[in-house]
Structures are given as C-alpha cells and as structure tokens.
Write a protein that binds this ligand. Structure first.
Ligand SMILES: [Zn+2]
Length: 374
C-alpha cells in the first residue's frame, strides 16, 4: 500500500506545473509541502522547515505517505498554489530563482506562505508606498567598519539618500533613482544579507555596501528600490510594457573577479585588480569593496569595432598570470591576464556576450560619455 501511494505521488510530479520547484523553478523537485500542497526542491524544502507553523515537508521518494496527504497533493499542486499565493505579486517584485542567494529565496517563501503578502495588498506597503526610511549598516569608505546610517527612499524626489547623523539636515549622498542599481553580494560583503548599491556621479560609478540583520528588511529595501525604478521608468518610457521594464529594475553582474591589467602604453608591469562587468561597463578596483572604480571601460558591440581575443600580443611583457585576454576597442587595446584557464574562459564568454549584442540607441550616448571622460 505504501509503495502504491508513493507511486501515486510520483505520478503527480509529471503534471506540467509540478515539474519545477514551486518556489525557485529548479527542475525535477522531489520534495513536497503536504500542508501547502506544493512540490519543491531540496534546497527550498530547507526553507519550508523553518516555517513549520505553515509548512510541513516530506520527501516524495524516501518518506511514507498517508492516503489523505496524497489526495491533498492531487487536489492542490504547484499551479493551484501559484494562483492563490502569488495572485497579487507586483510586477516590480523580484522573483528569485535557484541561482539566487539564500536571503532572497527565503524571504520569497516567507512572503508567500507565512506572511501571505501576495494575497493581502496592504502587506506590500513596505515596498510599494513610494517612500521608505530606516536604518541600515553601511560600510565606511575609509576604515571598512559598518556603521548604522539613516536611509530615505523617496519616489517623489527620485532619489535614495543617506544621512551620517540621524538629526542631520543635509544628506551625505543623494543617489538618483535613474542610475541606481542594487544587487545582493553576500560573499563579497561578508554578510548573508549584504547588498551592493551603485549609482552614477559625474558618469562614474560609486558603490555603497549595506546590510540589515533582518532578512525581511533588506529584501523589502531591495524591492522598494525596484519599485522606485519601475515607476521612474514608466514615466520615462510611457509606451513600454511591464515586460520591457522589469528586466531593467536591477542587474546582477555578468562577472566579477580578479585579473591583472597593464596601462595604456602596455609597458607598465601588470597589476592585480578586482574587475566587475556590469552590462557594458567594465570597472576595476584595487579592492572589491572600494567606493570608486579606478577606471571604467565601455564595451560596445562588434559592429562598432569592439573585439575580444584569446591571448596577448606576442611582445607583451610584465605579466604574472599565464592566461591572457585582449579587448580591442576603437581607441586602444586592453590587455588582461587570468590566473586559471577556467577564469579566462568565463571572462571571454562574458565579454563576448556583450560584444555580440547590438548596441541600443541610448548606449551610443553612454559610449560618447566615456570618450569625453578626462
Ligand atoms: Zn526550489
């Protein structure tokens, strides 16, 4: 009997909606929440275990199933759960996938089933009200210490601001929503809730690094920033659909890591730097947590004269790492070296992806800015 019941649950996994994890979209889930009626992956089952008051999990293959549990799974399933628990997810809200960090995935599960934020609209106020203020731990630019700072996000002013003292009248920085990006970087920042916020000042990238001890708070900040970007873009591009705008709300980097670089004359010795490929902007830093990039390179498309080559020109000297990359731009060549061959392959693939993509009209304007940079 037990074997038959397990067979019946396995059969349910073949229904189209159940072939991917209900929470992160990972293929072939083989765990289930038998109180919510969803099939989930092993990793998400660990998150469900933390909310036992709403979700109880068991393995489809390893655990025993009772008749009533099988019937419950059969009459619910991932499609039905989505129709209930995700009925009012705002378009700007970030839906994490299996490759996203733990805090994003955990808060998504808690928001859906524990807090039922996407059933009750009033619970979305922390990120949909157009205004948010609160304290975040912000990394000091010079000493690297995290200090509590007051942040204010106001869509009306189109800006995120922070203050060095809570009674200060003037903000320490005003970050325009137009150029703002936020991306979770737990490993780099050294905190599971670490968020990197970047903005442009005089067309140069500035970084700030923040976290909040409470996972809900930092994910609410992240979605509030996305909401602000969404509303900004809706005004800036009145004809655009939600599907056009949503991918522009925040960006993860195409690749980050150390490479060596040399200067424009290519006679200087190579130096190890931290590189970040953000869309078409290749930035390098002395330290991964620097507030400012040491330099930024615009990477255009092959149609406009950009190329990525394996290796270095034959006469190159002064490098320590053996795996070279040459980027050809209309103005000059940039030479890089990587420590391992797999690093080199990943960087070349990241650059190639950008070079292969035709440039958008507004990207020509960005390219022109780079050329006129002193
Ligand atoms: Zn999952």
């Amino acid at each position: 009997m037990a074997g038959e019941r397990r067979g019946a649950v396995l059969e349910l996994l073949r229904r189209p909606g159940n072939m991917r994890c209900a929470d992160c979209g990972a293929p072939d889930p083989d765990w289930a929440s038998y109180t919510l009626g969803v099939f989930i992956c092993l990793s998400c089952s660990g998150i469900h275990r933390n909310i036992p008051q709403v979700s109880k999990v068991k393995s489809v293959r390893l655990d025993a199933w009772e008749e009533a549990q099988v019937e419950f799974m059969a009459s619910h399933g991932n499609d039905a759960a989505r129709a209930t628990f995700e009925s009012k997810v705002p378009s700007f809200y970030y839906r994490p996938t299996f490759s996203d960090c733990q805090v994003l995935r955990e808060q998504w599960v808690r928001a859906k089933y524990e807090r039922r934020e996407f059933v009750h609209l009033e619970k979305q106020e922390p990120y949909s009200a157009g205004y948010r203020e609160g304290f975040l731990w912000k990394r000091g630019r010079d000493n690297g210490q995290f200090l509590s700072r007051k942040f204010v996000l106001t869509e009306r002013e189109g800006a995120l601001k922070y203050f060095n003292r809570s009674d200060a009248k003037e903000p320490k920085a005003i970050m325009k929503i137009e150029h703002l990006n936020a991306t979770f970087q737990p490993a780099k920042i050294g905190h599971p809730h670490g968020l990197q916020v970047t903005y442009l000042k005089d067309n140069s990238t500035r970084n700030i690094f923040v976290y909040h001890e409470d996972g809900k708070e930092i994910v609410d900040w992240f979605n509030a920033l996305r909401a602000a970007r969404f509303h900004y873009l809706q005004v800036a591009f009145p004809g655009a659909s939600d599907a056009d705008l949503v991918p522009k709300l925040s960006r993860n980097y195409l690749k980050e890591g150390y490479m060596e670089k040399t200067g424009p004359k290519q006679t200087e010795g190579f130096r190890k730097r931290w590189f970040t490929m953000d869309d078409r902007r290749l930035m390098y830093f002395k330290d991964p947590l620097d507030a400012f990039a040491r330099g930024e390179v615009f990477i255009g498309s092959k149609e406009s004269g950009y190329k990525v080559l394996d290796g270095l020109p034959p006469s190159t000297q002064g490098y320590h790492w053996p795996h070279g990359i040459t980027i050809v731009t209309p103005d000059r060549k940039f030479l890089f070296t990587c420590e391992t061959e797999s690093d080199q392959r990943e960087w070349v693939a990241a650059f190639q992806k950008v070079v292969d993509r035709p440039m958008l009209p507004q990207e020509y304007a960005v390219e022109a800015h780079f050329k006129h940079k002193p």
